[in-house]
Design a protein around this ligand. Structure first.
Ligand code: AMP
Length: 207
């Protein structure tokens, strides 16, 4: 079983690279942010509990996240957005994690990336109007529907999300470094180059 986790600040490319790796390796992608947004859209009980936290850029409480997360976990997985704190990392340890990919990027680039980020409401693909634009103006290449901006990509909320990352999630880098399962990469280069580096590093640890 291959169990891979992506961590990194908002805008570092977790969603994009987790999806590309999932397609290349044929391992299911589990994106907690996408799953929670879907629960919010469908106005489920869990979605109603999560909505305010997402809008404010805060973490959804662990008990709510755990319920959502545990019901979506296949045998092999690539995880984007979980764990986000030590408690969640300890929960995940019970399932065994082989590889953790930590993506980093210059803080100045993060703001620019997020401001230009658009997502497909249907397939959840992530685009960037500058460095990864769709073929047709703001239309998903695959689903052909109009791309949208994430509500929590508004500047003030992004600042809050970065603060939360620094306070809660960054400490996981050390947590996984100690376990010797960490791959660390800067995502300042082109998407293709970074993807190839991730793929090579993951393959060298799994083959
Ligand atoms: P993302 O799409 O990964 O940037 O996640 C968007 C938002 O969903 C976050 O800002 C949180 O409010 C919530 N969220 C996603 N994953 C988690 C998690 N593991 N724990 C708590 N909240 C989460």
């Amino acid at each position: 079983m291959i169990k891979i986790v992506f961590i990194g600040p908002p805008g570092s490319g977790k969603g994009t690279h987790a999806r590309m790796l999932s397609l290349d390796m044929g391992i299911p992608l589990v994106s907690l942010g996408d799953i929670i947004r879907d629960e919010v859209e469908r106005k489920t009980k869990l979605g109603k509990k999560a909505e305010g936290y997402i809008k404010r850029g805060e973490l959804v409480p662990d008990t709510t996240v755990a319920k959502i997360f545990l019901s979506h976990l296949p045998d092999s997985f690539i995880l984007d957005g979980f764990p986000r704190n030590v408690y969640q990392a300890e929960t995940l340890d019970k399932f065994g994690v082989n590889i953790v990919v930590h993506l980093s990027i210059e803080p100045e680039s993060l703001i620019q990336r997020i401001a230009n980020r658009r997502i497909c409401p249907k397939c959840k693909r992530v685009y960037n109007l500058v460095c990864n634009p769709p073929g047709e103006d703001e239309i998903c290449d695959v689903c052909k529907v109009k791309l949208i901006t994430r509500e929590d990509d508004e500047e003030e909320v992004v600042r809050k999300r970065m603060e939360v990352y620094k306070k809660e999630t960054e400490t996981l880098v050390n947590y996984y470094r100690k376990k010797d399962i960490l791959i660390e990469l800067d995502t300042g280069d082109s998407i293709e180059k970074v993807h190839k580096r991730i793929l090579d590093a993951v393959r060298s640890r799994t083959e």
